[in-house]
Design a protein around this ligand. Structure first.
Ligand code: NOJ
Length: 575
């Protein structure tokens, strides 16, 4: 998948204009005064877009007279669920929703938080973020108690959120000050979940990179990130490790490393790194940062300093289906995509500490650093379970120049996977000419309702990356087509295609568990509330709830999908 930034840049056709518009601030490496922090924020605002605050700037208490409101009319005929209606989910199944700090928190400059790449990137080139900034988003920083109350009404037993590194360490690195106010925010948030009987699931890194680390050494383009991430992770584990028992180190490592191909990371290139190679400079640094943090986590558990819990990372991507199943070449593209996209992260962690052969054969060591034997030892086995953000299945087609010509040419636009991605249509149309499934909003052309392929994904993943901890779908969700054009409440609430996607997907999961005996232990829906969808900002909506941005309190309303998911789990969840 392309970097979200790159996607925006290409769509808006202004790559040259965006290359080095503003320069990054000089890094802060000692002193760490308020003046230093202010200077970092000034560099965010240097382009003339000031940071703004929400209308609500105190924590709102849960409502005393809360109700979900009127129930929607029947949506689907009961016979559609006939095959699955009596199937129960396994005991202890994790049912929840998922969010990320940048996308929901807002209050970016409050509580002593330092700026991140997204603050800097959106403010300095606002067109990259659809002319919006992530300063407020849905103001969860102040409205989390009511948001948790609203989500509880869905019957969830888990809530996945991410911690903003720069809220805990405004300057990012080891030895720099830790913000007690930042730590306290997540303590409060976690306590509120626990008070409501909801298990907190924490992600340490959901793409928001402390700006100071970008300035200092290029963030994940440099090996120093390993030590700094470990320092941050260790602070978080020690503070929250008695209350949080399920952790993710990184969200979607492939999508994240791909972001290094574009703005604003492209201003960090040194020593021959370029847009083609930068993602692969990131890969080993990220994998090592993950493995070292997991070692720290396990160490803290065995010293009895924190509760026994489990840890993994949230993989991304999928094994495609061949465009032409009779074509050996298309079938090989399927394997290449699976190995080079997912396997590049999964095989080292779950299989043997090393990259898959197709990766080693295609990406030279000068671009993708090889692991030493000592590194392999700490990487292999550095996850207690498997987790994947699994949204959709795409179609793999051989590029016009063939796999070999592509694989041997680093400058080929389809290198290194060598899947023809010249247009999204070829990813989603099958050889028969039909789409692979119902399309999501055209602003998210990577997404369609392909739930008929979920069992295929789960069977392959569990066979290829086996783990005694089972598999979790750490994100799945849908962008309702053209939702942003709707104006009436009854239209906004009727998210029929999202509801279909979620129900189809959940029913496919039931069959995967019961017919294929997949050890699926949890599913987290992206996302409880419309939020800041990166470069598409608030325009692109994935939420089970709508947010009215023209009201001072950013009023939330439930959509049809909220009720469908609630009722599905009411029927299938036991204990
Ligand atoms: C996965 C990412 O983790 C999340 O941040 C994003 O909003 C969703 N996909 C939808 O694109």
């Amino acid at each position: 998948m392309w970097s979200k930034f790159l996607e925006a840049v290409i769509l808006s056709g202004c790559l040259t204009q965006l290359t080095h518009a503003q320069s990054l601030p000089a890094p802060v490496t000692s002193g760490y005064s308020q003046t230093d922090l202010d200077r970092l924020w000034q560099s965010v605002e240097q382009g003339g877009v000031p940071v703004v605050k929400a209308n609500v700037t105190r924590v709102l208490e849960p409502l005393a007279n809360f109700s979900v409101g009127p129930e929607p009319p029947r949506f689907r005929p009961a016979y559609l669920q006939a095959t699955t209606q009596n199937i129960e989910l396994p005991k202890g199944f994790l049912y929840g929703v998922s969010t990320a700090a940048t996308q929901v928190e807002g209050a970016v400059k409050e509580g002593g938080r330092g700026p991140s790449n997204w603050d800097w990137g959106c403010h300095n080139n606002i067109t990259v973020c659809n002319n919006e900034v992530p300063d407020v988003t849905v103001n969860e920083y102040y409205q989390y108690k009511q948001d948790i109350q609203r989500v509880k009404a869905m019957g969830v037993n888990a809530f996945s959120f991410s911690i903003a590194w720069a809220r805990i360490l405004p300057f990012g690195h080891r030895g720099s000050p830790v913000s007690e106010e930042g730590l306290q925010f997540y303590d409060n948030f976690i306590d509120e979940l626990l008070k409501n009987g909801i298990e907190p699931v924490a992600t340490l890194f959901h793409w928001d990179t402390p700006l100071n680390l970008m300035s200092q050494y290029g963030a994940f383009l440099n090996n120093s990130i390993v030590e700094d991430f470990d320092n941050y992770a260790s602070i978080a584990f020690q503070r929250y490790g008695k209350k949080v028992k399920t952790w993710f180190t990184f969200n979607e490592p492939h999508v994240y490393c791909d972001q290094y191909a574009a703005y604003p990371y492209n201003s960090l290139y040194t020593g021959g790194i370029n847009a083609t190679t930068a993602p692969y400079t990131c890969v080993p640094n990220l994998i090592k940062a993950h493995a070292v943090a997991v070692q720290t986590y396990r160490g803290l558990i065995s010293e009895g300093k924190i509760a026994k819990g489990k840890i993994a990372l949230k993989h991304d991507g999928q094994r495609p289906i061949p465009f032409d199943s009779n074509s050996a070449s298309d079938r090989e593209v399927v394997e290449r995509r699976a190995d080079i996209y997912i396997g590049i992260f999964s095989q080292p962690i779950y299989v043997d500490g090393n990259y898959p052969k197709r990766v080693l054969d295609t990406i030279p060591a000068s671009i993708l650093r090889r692991f030493t034997d000592d590194e392999k030892k700490i990487i292999k086995g550095s996850a207690d379970f498997y987790a994947i953000d699994s949204y959709a299945t795409i179609v793999a087609k051989t590029p016009p120049n063939g796999i070999e010509a592509c694989a041997s040419n680093v400058n080929d636009p389809n290198w290194p996977i060598c899947q023809d991605i010249s247009d999204n249509v070829s990813q989603y149309s099958t050889q028969s000419g039909w789409a692979v499934g119902a399309a999501a909003d055209p602003l998210s052309p990577w997404l369609a309702d392909t739930s008929q392929w979920l069992r295929y994904q789960l069977n392959w993943l569990t066979k290829t990356y086996p783990t005694p901890g089972g598999i979790y779908i750490s994100e799945f969700g849908f962008a309702e087509p053209y939702e942003y054009l709707r104006t009436e409440n009854y239209q906004l609430a009727w998210d029929e295609r999202r509801s279909n996607y979620l129900l189809d997907y959940l029913n496919a999961a039931l069959l995967a568990i019961h017919e294929d005996k997949i050890d699926l232990r949890g599913m987290l829906i992206w996302t409880p509330i419309d939020n800041f969808e990166w470069n598409l900002a608030t325009q692109q909506k994935f939420g089970l709830q709508h947010v009215n941005h023209s009201t001072p309190g950013l009023d939330r309303t439930y959509k049809l999908s909220f009720f469908q998911v609630r009722d599905f789990f009411k029927q299938h969840l036991v204990g």
